[in-house]
Write a protein that binds this ligand. Structure first.
Ligand code: ZN
Length: 195
């Protein structure tokens, strides 16, 4: 296994909007393994109306980029079953936590069950431990000392006017990675502010 790079985001459109250029550079080198982890189902509050389309859309975008078909399987991390897709050197993890449940887990400590009823996260720490289990699988396999994790800057001064799901994701990444990973914190919607 060559180098590994991670993109951990709240929603499926976050890295294409705010960090797509580096993701493309990482994906274009077939010796890299590029791991995308989506901490929410992007939507998921409206039954099955939107989230399958979001997943299908991002999976098709990888296929458009690298021409490869994808396979999927379930894998267990920290006791939680997670859907994994492999598309050439691109590995994708969908937590499938509805966005409202993710926010309540973070802000009120409510348990969060996935849309597909596969598993329930009982605390933010549970989600942190699960993310770390995914990250560590690749870090250990690659033998990388401090691989790069690209995520959403949780610092509201450096990354103003972003949304709470992005900040919460950054804080979860910060807690899950400690000093074992290099972090590239990117700015969200403030990139569009010109005043
Ligand atoms: Zn977003």
């Amino acid at each position: 296994m060559g180098a590994v790079a991670y993109y951990v985001v709240a929603h499926i459109d976050d890295w294409p909007l705010f960090r797509g250029e580096q993701a493309w550079i990482d994906m274009a080198d077939p010796s890299n393994t590029v791991v995308f982890i989506y901490m929410t189902a992007t939507d998921g509050n409206e039954g099955d109306r939107l989230w399958p389309a979001f997943e299908a859309g991002i999976l098709q975008s990888y296929k458009q980029a690298n021409g490869a078909d994808f396979t999927d399987h379930d894998q267990v991390f920290n006791g939680h079953k997670i859907k994994v897709y492999i598309n050439a050197n691109v590995h994708t993890y969908f937590t499938r936590i509805p966005i409202d449940a993710f926010m309540r887990l973070y802000q009120s400590g409510n348990h969060a069950t996935t849309i597909t009823n596969d598993t329930t996260y009982t605390s933010v720490q549970d989600l942190i431990d699960t993310l770390r289990a995914i990250l560590e699988t690749y870090r250990i396999a690659s033998g990388a000392d401090h691989p790069w994790v690209n995520s959403q800057d949780p610092d509201r001064t450096l990354n103003p006017r972003d949304n709470d799901a992005h900040y919460h994701t950054g804080l979860i990444v910060q807690a899950a990675t400690g000093t074992d990973y290099k972090k590239l914190w990117f700015v969200g919607y403030n990139v569009a502010v010109t005043d």
